[in-house]
Design a protein around this ligand. Sequence first.
Ligand SMILES: Nc1ncnc2c1ncn2[C@@H]1O[C@H](COP(=O)(O)OP(=O)(O)O)[C@@H](O)[C@H]1O
Ligand SMILES: [Mg+2]
Length: 278
Amino acid sequence: MTAHEALLRADDLEVEYRSRGRKSFTALKGVSLDIRPGETLGLVGESGSGKTTIGRAILGLVPVTSGTITFDGRDITRIAPAERRGLARDIQVVFQDPYTSLNPSMTVADILAEPLLVQGWTRKDAYARIRDLLDRVHLPADADRRLPREFSGGQRQRIAIARAIALNPRLIICDEPVSALDLTTQARVLDLLIEIQESTGVAYLFVSHDLGVIRHISHRVTVLYRGEIVEEGEVDQVTARPSHPYTQRLFMSAPVADVAQQRKRREERRLLAAGREN
Ligand SMILES: Nc1ncnc2c1ncn2[C@@H]1O[C@H](COP(=O)(O)OP(=O)(O)O)[C@@H](O)[C@H]1O
Ligand SMILES: [Mg+2]
């Protein structure tokens, strides 16, 4: 694949954590991946394999020791903070824990207005946009006056998703966004993410240790093991016929999903995305 086809591309990425008085720890070694516009790349691996570190490197939250990160053809590996703020329009994030990712003392309206006001929106425009955002994540319009603690975990994740899509980003890093939710709520939030992708063409880097979840939402999958990518490919191929022993072990315990139905659904999403580009 040529460079301009990828929305985001990591090349030979290395990240080292250094702390005083301790030996440095190489969390990522030679990691390369690409995410195409409108697709979901599932990033799977056991706890401690470096999944969150990849997301943090893309967001500029950890220093990259070597290698490059390119977004839309532009090298963003070490851009200045001011440029990083500009990039926030295009790259957003949804974290795992809906109980700590939202400021408890801010109303939902203020939480959702913040990214818009930072980018220079007027209050009037921002509040109109908030009504639209609440509707898009299927929360009632009067949610805006309430505080995060008045909502369930699933509803809070909807608020976090609304905040992430406020500026129409092209990529959202989803770091275990449903892992803290019960199964029924997980499915609803995943379906919401899929619905948003279908209507906006946003791409996801979707981090999870749960293969059922990865199968449900991903077009392609990358498998991380101790800071290195050991397998990468179309979701059906990697989940049905994993070639690396680590992936085989990882996938053996996962429940079997309705593969045919999921394939059909992904194909429909692909056609939708292609139609939008024309
Ligand atoms: N700030 C840090 N300082 C030192 N080591 C860290 C830091 N953050 C993460 N690590 C280590 O890096 C490895 C990868 O962590 P992480 O990216 O959080 O993995 P995952 O998200 O796959 O569970 C782990 O061994 C973790 O202990
Ligand atoms: Mg993590």
